[in-house]
Design a protein around this ligand. Structure first.
Ligand code: IPE
Ligand code: IPE
Ligand code: MG
Length: 251
């Protein structure tokens, strides 16, 4: 098979944090006449590929949207299959995650996750706590609106106890109380599967993220596609509300 060309990227200007909405597993399976759950299985191979590639490249934070708060509403067997795949993924990848010095964290409402998978995930999080080469954040049972409500409740409780003056609430305090408190804001958000929407992913954090939409279904998303997304990111002109001249002055 001819070697696919890998788009050129500048290793000095990598996105510090990439978020990926891994969409299209169900459709991938359908085009092959398979059950949706087979699409999720194929999707977990793509996860492995992309995590490895990001680590190799030197991307320091990677957030994968694996299961949304709304995905709990899917048919029971599909939810069950996804939880089983997660358990399998943790068991199979544990050693490599440790060897590659990857820190794993979770974003979302962990208490909704079945107890056996939850325990396994908590153990992995604990075991990788001091790993430093890359942070892999699994957005699992995650919804951005749910996350924002969680922050509002937390800060309101503090306020009601007289421990927080509303005037002290600023962007930094909100960011520090999100599930993503240990992560920088995402620079690049990739969505596979052809849809151009955010589907309740990192709403607050993506205020100035660059978006890249790929028509590829997640199980087909290759390392070349990842490089392509990063190459495109490196062509974008991020202004953060300022003028080009101002941005040029800072650089
Ligand atoms: C993404 O693929 C995985 C999850 C949302 C868990 P989908 O299962 O949404 O696949 P499509 O979008 O139906 O093809
Ligand atoms: C977004 O995909 C959630 C994940 C990739 C985990 P969905 O398939 O749930 O999103 P919608 O329903 O197309 O918006
Ligand atoms: Mg989908």
């Amino acid at each position: 098979m001819p070697k696919r060309r890998r788009p050129k990227i500048d290793g000095e200007r990598l996105p510090n944090h990439i978020g990926i909405i891994m969409d299209g597993n169900g459709r991938w399976a359908k085009t092959k006449g398979m059950a949706r759950t087979e699409g999720h299985r194929a999707g977990s191979l793509a996860v492995r590929r992309v995590v490895r590639a990001c680590r190799r490249l030197g991307v320091s934070h990677l957030t994968l949207f694996a299961f949304s708060a709304q995905n709990w509403g899917r048919p029971e067997y599909e939810v069950q299959a996804l939880m089983n795949l997660l358990a399998e993924f943790i068991a199979n990848e544990w050693q490599e995650i440790m060897d590659k010095d990857i820190r794993v964290i979770q974003l979302g409402e962990l208490r909704r996750v079945p107890v056996d998978v939850r325990k396994q995930l908590q153990e992995l999080i604990k075991a990788t706590r001091t790993n430093r080469s890359m942070t892999l954040a699994l957005a699992l049972s995650y919804g951005a609106r749910e996350e924002i409500i969680h922050v509002i409740r937390k800060l309101t409780r503090r306020g009601m106890k007289g421990k927080l003056n509303p005037l002290e609430i600023d962007q930094e305090l909100v960011s520090d109380n999100l599930y993503t408190s240990s992560l920088p804001d995402p620079d690049l958000i990739i969505r596979t599967g052809g849809e151009k929407r955010i589907s309740n992913f990192l709403l607050w954090q993506s205020a100035y993220a660059e978006f890249f939409f790929s028509k590829k279904l997640w199980p087909d998303f290759s390392v070349e596609d990842l490089y392509g997304a990063i190459a495109e990111f490196q062509k974008r002109n991020r202004r953060f509300g300022l003028t080009d001249e101002q941005v040029d002055q800072v650089q």
